[in-house]
Design a protein around this ligand. Structure first.
Ligand code: AMP
Length: 458
């Protein structure tokens, strides 16, 4: 059977594997398997995780794998809303830390005397876990030095914001190096959390775990199809359902490129996303998919992780996923927020016989021959995306772009779609018929009194 969720798949110290196994951690929980590869890769992560999900180990394993025990400085700081949680987190970290001698974890929370904490701080620690008020108290006194912090964790961030800690957190962060890894865990994702993430993280990967309740509105079909006919079955499915937007999952990077290319050759607009893309290319693709400049995304699991798309019509498993967990994770991307979604899986005869082994539910098979081939079928997006080489750093806001397009170019706002502003670039979706006009205007015209390079993503 698959070992997708084995801790041994991670690049963590071998000794730690033994410790985890002695703690009875045989398999990764969903939040661990989804976040740890990114955490260990040094990425900023914004993860949706509730207490009980195994979130502490998700960041704990990351922190402890990277820790240099010989460097006796505070290398990681975990900020928690309460003393109870801080104690729990510290206990879990100490348990995992048993794989190596002499790792020191210190808690700094309110409600206990300052004096002993000062003593402990003088003795030094590798990891500090604490509550905002007390951490700030030590920073103000000069008794806490955060200059060596490499990883910052904000645990139960939504609770911290509810408790009014936003400013305290910002102040604490001002004592830390800006070059650091920041992991943010929160049970819910209100706008305030997104704002916080924006202000303290860089290019964060967001990870949402899918609960069973959310997965209930999904209609699932399985099409039995011989391998050599897979592609034609896929195009027939697209023709029959004509989804507004769809993610097609493949198991390999090469396949994502090949299928996207073949679809485009058939006048079906598609973009591939996989781990081989540079960060800027990845952003280009995702922005286009979300802003309706691309209807089909052909993706690997890793590349699609952290994709937050609110309204996804359909998910297609071009390849059968290797485990039930991946299956639910893929299919759970559709039917978000109570909406209906369709999940279609292609499998050959042999795979169909094996489904029982890991698909944990009843499935309905459909015959590929029931699908009709549509003639002259084309699938094109409604928008195109214009890129402007200026963003937040140039103080550009969505209103400035909207103004330039509606007032200067005379394009009605209904033809202007989503505007995404990044640090140095902005993207604006424009209804196809107006893209040339928008491009010409922005090329000659100015935004905030300045002329910026612009181009259209093709
Ligand atoms: P947390 O969400 O971090 O509060 O963790 C909830 C509980 O799950 C804790 O009691 C952990 O010890 C336990 N736990 C965390 N990860 C695993 C795992 N991979 N396997 C089994 N138990 C785990």
């Amino acid at each position: 059977m698959n070992n997708e969720n084995d801790f041994s798949k991670l690049s963590i110290p071998r000794e730690m594997l033994k410790t985890l196994s002695s703690m009875g951690y045989d398999k990764m929980t969903p939040i661990q398997s989804q976040s740890l590869p990114f955490v260990l890769d040094g990425k900023d992560v914004l993860a949706q995780a509730k207490t009980g999900s195994g979130k502490t180990a998700a960041f704990g394993i990351g922190i402890l794998s990277k820790l240099d025990v010989k460097k006796f400085k505070i290398q990681s700081l975990v900020i928690c809303p309460t003393r109870e949680l801080s104690e729990q987190v510290a206990a879990e970290l100490r348990n995992i830390a048993k794989f190596q001698h002499n790792i020191k974890v210190l808690t700094l929370c309110g409600g206990v005397a300052f004096g002993p904490q000062l003593g402990s701080l003088r003795h030094g620690a590798h990891i500090v876990v604490g509550t905002p008020g007390r951490l700030l108290g030590h920073l103000n006194k000069g008794s806490l030095d955060l200059q060596s912090v490499e990883i910052l964790v904000l645990d139960e961030a939504d609770r911290m914001l509810d408790m009014g800690f936003f400013e305290d957190i910002q102040k604490i962060i001002s004592y830390m190096p800006t070059k650091r890894q920041t992991l943010l865990f929160s049970a819910t994702f209100p706008d305030e959390i997104k704002d916080l993430a924006q202000s303290v993280q860089t290019d964060s990967v967001s990870i949402e775990t899918i609960t069973n309740e959310e997965a209930n509105n999904i209609v699932e079909y399985f099409y039995k199809t011989p391998k050599r006919e897979k592609f034609s079955t896929l195009t027939k499915i697209l023709g029959e359902h004509n989804p507004l937007n769809v993610i097609i999952f493949c198991n390999t990077k090469i396949q994502t490129d090949e299928i996207a290319k073949e679809l485009r050759q058939r006048d079906i607009d598609a973009l591939a996303i996989n781990g081989d893309l540079e960060q800027y290319e990845r952003v280009d693709v995702l922005v286009q998919f979300v802003n309706k400049s691309c209807r089909i995304l052909v993706a690997t699991d890793v590349a699609a992780r952290g994709l937050d798309i609110k309204e996804l019509d359909m998910v297609i498993n071009y390849d059968l996923p290797n485990s039930f967990e991946i299956y639910t994770h893929r299919t759970g991307r559709t039917a978000r927020a109570g909406k209906e979604g369709v999940a279609i899986t292609l499998c050959d005869e042999y795979e169909a016989d094996k489904l029982d082994e890991y698909i944990d539910k009843k499935y309905i098979f459909r015959e590929k021959d029931d699908l009709k081939e549509k003639r002259n079928f084309s699938m094109q997006p409604e928008n195109k995306t214009l890129v402007i080489e200026g963003g937040k750093k140039n103080k550009i806001r969505a209103g400035d772009i909207l103004g330039a397009l509606t007032k200067e170019a005379g394009i009605k706002s209904v033809y202007i779609g989503k505007i995404d502003i990044f640090d140095r670039q902005s993207y604006v979706a424009i209804q196809k018929d107006y893209i040339a006009k928008a491009y010409t205007q922005l090329k000659i015209g100015k935004i905030k009194g300045k002329n910026f390079s612009v181009w259209v993503l093709e």
